[in-house]
Design a protein around this ligand. Structure first.
Ligand code: HGA
Length: 607
């Protein structure tokens, strides 16, 4: 999603802005631009496509000035053209925006009635025009912004730069994240800590409704009531060195390979170096009083929640409902006493998930979240936030965040089972011991990289691919299909194996590869029967199982990927790896942009 950066310092702003925008590339974008103030005059450069196009433009037509704003745009309103790219300028003001101004049509009508014309198709331009309209009426920059903000409906992170004001940035936040970076004699504004990482490690996150007036020497933050707000400055320990590809061709490859280590980190964090007792941060959760859980998320995190439903229901006997955040938030679902609501988001800024969380505030007994970014809005607005400790994830297609989400959700289910005494103690201890051994098993599973690369050459020729799984493997099948769609653009669908004969079996023919995920668990024989039904109709099966599973499946299988055996409870975390590798190599075979697939954004901060 859109990335925002602002710089006020003693150096030329352009190189700082472009460097910071590079660090925001991972969020997904279609165009980029910067604006600066030089000798009191505003000027800007914008380019469609990758940042290199903007950088080239700046080589030929440099932009001078020691204060500036920059933006990577993921279009919501108006196509990805140079005209629609941010910053939007209206005479004396330039604006960059992340979010959607929902009442932009009314604002346009009002501006049009005042004789003001438009250059772009975007919602954002109305913000620039309205601000300039107020400036023209004699308002100071600050007064103009203060008049504009209450008029905007929807969500925004906004950053303003003004002609004639070489030492001023105004930032505002409602619904979309924004952070202020503290420097010495220089200050910064950015969408996230990653953008600001090389500039400063001292960061203040704006809260909902905040407006910040920033100069080189001062940062003044006011809350939605206009009162001075004392927001905490945090020392961010973001390891900037980690935001690189570590010798891999893509961030996604690096992040897949990191999984044994980061899953191990998450396990150690909650289980300690030894022992089988799981400790949650703070007061933890009193699971003995929980009557029901609601799990809400989007995309890959939603599939992590679907998996957790199996764990929480089977191990801890807690009734669980899982929902997609964009559906949940508008359905007005009853949230009765005794309910714990849990929200999962890698970025912790997912707009729909955050809105669903806010809907549950004051209704659920407790708001829990499982996030990767510990300082995120979702983490801050939860009663208890459980970090997944995956480290910065840059690849748009989530990999290590998914396996770490699963790991933390499984630990949570085991903790609930312990509190509720729903699992015999030796069994719980056996499972925690098996979990400790999981990183080594994941390491061995990465050996399937070679076979996944070979098989993907053939998958890349398919027009449609089906994924099948039962029980814990059903959400994994959904995730496998999503991963493939996201980065290879091949149409893929997933079904619970038992559902096949209720319709989807009509799709089977020899051109449709069918990926079956079937570890040797209690449902293995049933999965194999479903697989036979596919093969009987000429379907080509790619079976992912352990050695004995592959052996038991017989010769009719088209291809196999062998994984180590693990306790069936742990299989979702293990089987995520070959699903990711198949998607990754198929995308390579198709020549797509693996880390920044078309149309997709990493941190989905708009509805
Ligand atoms: N609505 C604005 C900004 C879009 C955005 O925030 N994307 O993440 C536009 O379309 O330019």
């Amino acid at each position: 999603m859109c990335g925002i950066i602002g710089y006020l310092g003693s150096h030329e702003a352009s190189p700082f802005l472009v460097e910071a925008l590079k660090r925001l590339e991972y969020r997904g974008y279609d165009s980029a631009g910067i604006a600066t103030v030089n000798d009191g005059a505003l000027d800007r450069r914008r380019a469609v496509g990758k940042l290199v196009n903007l950088a080239d433009l700046l080589v030929h037509t440099p932009l001078r000035g020691r204060s500036g704003i920059g933006h990577t745009r993921w279009a919501t309103h108006g196509g990805p053209t140079e005209t629609n790219a941010h910053p939007h300028q209206a005479s004396r003001v330039a604006v960059v925006h992340n979010g959607i101004v929902e009442n932009f049509r009314e604002l346009r009508a009002e501006l049009a009635a005042a004789g003001i014309g438009f250059e772009t198709e975007t919602d954002t331009e109305t913000v620039a025009l309205l601000t300039n309209h107020y400036l023209a009426q004699g308002d100071s920059p600050r007064a103009a912004v203060e008049r504009v903000l209450p008029r905007l409906e929807g969500a925004f992170a906004l950053l303003f730069l003004f002609a004639g004001e070489d030492d001023l940035l105004i930032a505002a936040r409602k619904g979309s994240p924004l952070a202020i970076g503290h420097g010495d004699g220089e200050n910064f504004v950015g969408s996230d800590a990653i953008a600001l990482a090389p500039l400063t490690d001292r960061i203040t996150y704006l809260e909902e409704g905040d407006m910040a007036v920033v100069t080189r020497q001062s940062i003044e933050i006011r809350d939605r009531e206009g009162q001075l707000a004392n927001r905490e400055m945090k020392q961010v320990t973001l390891d900037t060195a980690r935001v690189d590809k570590g010798g891999h061709k893509h961030f996604m490859a690096k992040e897949i390979m990191e999984q044994p280590q980061v899953v191990g980190n998450a396990i150690k964090h909650y289980l300690g170096e030894a022992g089988t007792n799981i400790s949650l941060p703070g007061e933890g959760v009193d699971f003995t009083r929980v009557e029901r859980m609601i799990l809400v998320a989007c995309g890959t995190a939603y599939y992590a929640c679907l998996t957790a439903k199996y764990w929480l229901e089977t191990l801890a006997r807690i009734p669980v409902e899982v929902d997609i955040a964009s559906e949940f938030r508008y359905r007005e679902p009853p949230v009765t006493p005794g309910t714990v609501a849990l929200f999962v988001s890698q970025s912790g800024e997912t707009a729909d998930t955050l809105a669903a969380l806010r809907y549950c505030q004051g209704k659920a007994d407790m708001i829990l979240s499982v996030v990767n970014v510990a300082e995120s809005s979702i983490a801050r607005e939860s009663d208890l936030a459980l970090p997944i400790l995956a480290g910065t994830e840059i690849g748009v297609a989530s990999t290590k965040a998914f396996s770490c989400q699963l790991t933390v959700l499984l630990l949570l289910a085991l903790k609930a089972a312990q509190d509720r005494a729903t699992l015999a103690e030796p069994e719980r201890e056996r499972l925690t011991a098996a979990l400790r051994g999981l990183p080594a098993v994941l390491n061995r599973a990465l050996d399937s990289d070679g076979i996944a690369a070979t098989l993907s050459q053939q998958l890349a020729e398919a027009r449609d691919i089906l994924f099948l799984g039962r029980g814990l493997m059903y959400p994994l099948a959904l995730e496998g299909a999503l991963k493939l769609k996201e980065i290879s653009y091949i149409h893929a669908e997933a079904y619970a194996s038992g559902e096949l004969k209720h319709g989807p079996i009509a799709l089977i023919d020899k051109r449709v590869p069918v990926v079956v995920m079937a570890p040797r668990d209690a449902l293995f024989d049933k999965s194999i029967s479903n697989m036979e039904e596919v093969m009987a109709r000429g379907g080509k099966i790619l079976l992912i199982s352990d050695r004995e599973g592959l052996h038991a499946a017989g010769d009719g299988v088209w291809k196999g990927i062998e994984l180590p055996y693990v306790d069936p409870v742990l299989t979702p975390i293990l089987y995520a790896l070959p699903a990711q590798l198949l998607a990754y190599h198929t995308a390579i075979a198709k020549g797509t942009d693996v880390d920044q697939p078309r149309n997709l954004a990493k941190s989905v901060t708009v509805e």
